[in-house]
Design a protein around this ligand. Sequence first.
Ligand code: FAD
Length: 323
Amino acid sequence: MARKVLVLGEVRDGQLRNVSHEAISAAKTVAEGGEVVGVLLGDSVQPLAEELIKNGADKVVVVENEKLAHYTSDGYAQGLLAVIEEEQPQGLIIGHTSLGKDLSPKIASKLHSGLISDVTSIEVTGGNIVFTRPIYSGKAFEKKIVTDGLIFATIRPNNIAPIEKDESRTGEVSTLAVDIKDLRTIIKEVVRKATEGVDLSEAKVVVAGGRGVKSEEGFEPLKELANVLGGAVGASRGACDAEYCDYSLQIGQTGKVVTPDLYIACGISGAIQHLAGMSNSKVIVAINKDPEANIFNVADYGIVGDLFEVVPMLTEEFKKLKV
Ligand code: FAD
């Protein structure tokens, strides 16, 4: 059954986040040959519409409003609900990012619809669209189908492959004027934490440090390794609590959930709350002095040793491969 499926394009620093392209790919599966409509909300976001089309959207609806220049759940909900009212889709896909996690329950409650959150794969089996999502902190997966009403899901970044970009693709871009009213939150200024480089939640390689890193300076070799691999630096809560790094780097149950192609855990014991944020990484390498550390139970490759010896050696070897 062909469906019309909306995808919210998530914009950060004037760029579309990768998860938006992954969401288009997910929407194609849900649409089953129907129409995939990108939605852009913001101020001066129209130039990004072509990008969504080249990445697979059939059409894009743009809502430009200065009150949408910064994300607020009130403002975005009004913008997105107006597009939903206009387009009457049968499906809606949003990235399971901080924005998506905040916005999607609000949209679902306004529409009185269900919501399948944190989806890691979607397939069509036996005439059903089957959504797979992790449960019990990633120890098991459940499969869900929607039997009635809007098919609404948020997708975990880095899990659903985007479709190949086609520079020659064309599609309709339209604008919708929405009067955004009664915002209860007004963003005056956005002050970024000083985290450089690749976005942790979308990184293909994550080098994470735990309490074993021992100090703020102890993170330097990890940063170097991440740099050589084009990855991002993450941390356990142990390292954040010890003030070796900022909480924005925390991975786990109460931090970020990451699914990179390669996760290198350095001096992290592997507490269940940490595993909740990284155990679905495609390849896990653990470096720990303690051969009994729990992190080795989820690791594909384990290195028993001192991270201050092992990490620089890895960096040097990867540098050679890059030359
Ligand atoms: P430790 O457990 O102290 O482990 C340090 C490891 O470093 C040890 O295994 C040690 O052998 C190794 N080591 C030491 N020196 C070296 C060296 N030179 N070379 C190599 N290895 C070395 N934790 C999270 O990470 N994320 C969360 O989101 C999170 N949420 C939580 C939520 C709740 C409600 C609770 C109760 C806890 C949460 N925790 C979370 C905390 C979690 O339980 C652990 O305390 C924490 O993950 C431990 O961090 P760690 O592995 O860095 O430290």
